[in-house]
Design a protein around this ligand. Structure first.
Ligand code: IVH
Length: 668
């Protein structure tokens, strides 16, 4: 009886989901929905044997995936040839029609800037969701895909038994900005663009977090052995009816076109209108509608001959420059920032743009009141690329770079050969003091949980902390003076600090925030000198002898340790019990010393990160792309085609996983 209810509830909740997310016409309240869902969850707890990975209860996630299994695609996931101008696209259309031997109807659609995904249904149940991977094999991200509420987990009875649907997982600008705002508030790195965020989210191990983030999807390709479609349009209509999110015809996200003129009108429309879309696109795609013609034209190894992508130019907007303000970074670097009349660009309102340094201001010959052209590259923060001189007001004052720190008033300096000005008042200038402490507690440095940027602001503003070592002296009563700090948060901060004492020496070194000493350099120094005392007394010549460390880094390290205040700080950190000695990781060696590896493919005994660690722990270096400096292509299953070709071209040696394991002596 209750089992019947369980199945009925699943069907009902699937239907409510569809009405809410696809038809945008919910027929019950959110509360009523939640109460049905709770009832279902209770029944599922009572009947564990009735577990179903596609139950509506799985939408909230909860499974933690250790690593994503690589699975072969049923059909390779091809890519599209690109064109960069309307003329080029026009030529393609003419050529394709010539080889088709007839005039054809085209589907013009948006090119979603997200992550390609393939969904595979068997018996009308979602069985697998794969990322594109290298086109042959992708990662099984089913658990995370199930949390995307607009994607159906089960299909209606008129859908074919076997079905593959492909499309794109995207973030809406709204969800993307909310995610970045949450991350910034928690002191985490923000994502550069919605595509990176979507890709990062799909690869998360905790599906409950994926569910909270609220990804979206749009599906644009269909394959089925059981059901033939005569056209792309018919296929899209069919999957729309089966409950998939598909491009909207009313809003012209997809449009049938009978000739080049109509296609070009579509491109023009979206080139200017794309800023009003709720998600990012990076161009348009044209496809031949007829399945028969598609089959006749076929595909090359890489892409179909019946489709072509068109990439939009980077979006630009012209807007007046109101002011230039200056930000002081953690290391005292001064960055000028343009304050603009707010303007729409790629779906977001832009109010600020970065101008890198004084030279850039001079090069652009910036005047206040100038109309400047802003562009978004891969970064979130747009940059100024041009000034429209014809619009310069007669009395526009030229922008001159600051001479003194906007925060503490100290005279700025500029080192020879460096583009950036900086404020030398490292320990008396609030943004630098805060920045240095934020860096110290950061996840990649001392990883102190319970202390975010707002907490650091308060600690510094209240005069409780000037330098990182002060954190370890704070008493319970001092913590209690902070706004919103009650027993629980005080305890978290204290425990976080206590735990940070286990952080290895190389990260302590990175956490100090010595100019130019990033994670990699810190690791090298820690390994080379083994003990802080040896590093403190190292000479310029000795430092320059450490691989990859040049005069600039050496100079900066010397300056840091020449400062008595820094030495005092080190002594205090030492007294608090932070690690000051390098401890080789278990199983570490220098067997691979001097060798550079590029990793590609999937491995049996290692995860992707695992094999990287194994290379580094044995003294090897990792590079991301094959070049003449690469010694080995460490190749797993399914090496990427471009890496393979490059390695062959340059004669780079292949190293199999087994050979690698034998080399490092890990053959258990
Ligand atoms: S059709 C056979 N349609 O662009 C090619 N792709 O460069 C099937 N993309 O990996 C792709 N929007 O991730 C198609 N409306 C659209 C698309 C689209 C975005 C992506 C897709 C693909 C890449 C090809």
């Amino acid at each position: 009886m209750s089992l019947d209810r369980l199945y009925a509830l699943r069907a009902e909740l699937h239907e409510h989901n569809r009405r809410y997310y696809i038809e945008d016409q919910p027929s019950i309240s959110d509360q009523a929905f939640d109460s049905l869902l709770r009832e279902l969850q209770e029944l599922e707890a009572q009947f564990p044997d009735a577990f179903d990975p596609n139950s509506p209860s799985q939408r909230v996630g909860g499974t933690v995936v250790k690593s994503f299994e690589a699975v072969a695609h049923k059909r390779p996931m091809l890519s599209l040839s690109n064109s960069y101008s309307a003329e080029e696209l026009g030529e393609f259309v003419e050529r394709a029609e010539a080889s088709a031997g007839e005039a054809v109807t085209w589907s013009a659609e948006l090119k979603y800037d997200g992550v390609a995904i393939s969904l595979w249904y068997q018996n009308r149940q979602l069985v697998r969701a794969l990322t594109r991977g290298d086109g042959e094999k992708g990662d099984d991200v089913s658990v995370n895909i199930r949390t995307i509420s607009s994607l159906p987990l089960t299909l209606p009875p008129d859908a074919p038994e076997e079905l593959e649907v492909r499309g794109e997982v995207v973030y809406t600008f709204e969800k993307f900005e909310a995610l970045n705002a949450r991350r910034a508030a928690a002191g985490q790195d923000t994502f550069a663009n919605p595509r990176n965020a979507a890709s990062g989210t799909l690869k998360m191990q905790d599906s409950a977090e994926v569910a909270r983030r609220g990804l979206s999807a749009c599906m644009y390709a269909v394959f089925s052995e059981d059901r033939q479609f005569s056209s792309h349009r018919e296929a899209l209509d069919a999957i729309t009816a089966w409950g998939f999110p598909t491009p909207s015809r009313e809003q012209r996200w997809v449009q049938s076109c009978s000739d080049v003129t109509e296609i070009q009108a579509f491109l023009q429309h979206w080139d200017s209108e794309r800023q009003h879309l709720p998600f990012a696109i990076d161009g348009a795609v044209v496809k031949i509608e007829s399945t028969a013609v598609q089959q006749r034209l076929g595909s090359t190894a890489k892409s179909p001959r019946w489709a072509m992508a068109y990439k939009f130019n980077a979006e630009k907007a012209l807007t007046p420059l109101h002011d230039v303000i200056y930000q002081v970074g953690r290391t005292g670097a001064i960055t000028p920032v343009a304050v603009l009349e707010p303007v729409w660009l790629s779906g977001t309102v832009v109010k600020r743009a970065s101008i890198h340094n004084a030279d850039q201001i001079a090069k652009l010959d910036l005047h206040l009141g100038d109309f400047v052209s802003v562009e978004k590259g891969g970064e979130i923060i747009p940059k100024i690329t041009e000034v429209d001189l014809s619009k310069r007001p007669a009395d526009a004052p030229v922008v001159t770079f600051l001479t003194h720190c906007p925060d503490c008033g100290t005279a700025l300096q500029r080192r020879e050969g460096e583009a950036q000005h900086f404020c030398p008042n490292a320990y008396g200038c609030a943004p630098q003091v805060k920045g240095r402490i934020e860096h110290f507690v950061h996840r990649k440095a001392m990883d102190v949980e319970g202390i975010g940027s707002e907490t650091v602001d308060q600690l510094v503003d209240l005069g409780l902390v000037h330098r990182p070592a002060d954190l370890y002296d704070l008493t319970w009563d001092q913590w209690a003076r902070l706004d919103k700090f009650k027993d629980k948060s005080i305890q978290n901060a204290l425990e976080g600090l206590a735990r940070s004492k286990d952080i290895p020496f190389e990260r302590v070194l990175f956490a100090l925030g010595v100019r130019h000493v990033g994670e990699t350099v810190a690791k090298k120094l820690a390994k080379h000198y083994a003990h802080i005392d040896a590093l403190v007394s190292a000479s310029q010549a000795s430092l320059e002898n450490v691989g990859d460390i040049g005069p600039m880094i050496a100079q900066s390290v010397l300056e840091y340790f020449a400062d008595l205040a820094n030495l005092h700080e080190l002594d205090r950190l030492k007294a608090h019990g932070l690690h000051m000695k390098f401890q080789a990781a278990e199983g570490a060696s220098d067997i691979l010393g001097g060798q550079t590896f590029v990793i590609s493919g999937v491995f049996t005994h290692f995860t992707r990160d695992g094999i990287k660690t194994a290379v580094e722990q044995n003294g090897g270096r990792i590079a991301s792309s094959v070049s003449s400096k690469t010694h080995y292509l460490l190749a797993g299953e399914g090496v990427g085609p471009s890496k393979r070709a490059k390695a062959e071209q340059l004669g780079v040696k292949w190293l199999t996983e087994e050979e690698f394991r034998t080399w490092i002596g890990s053959t258990d």
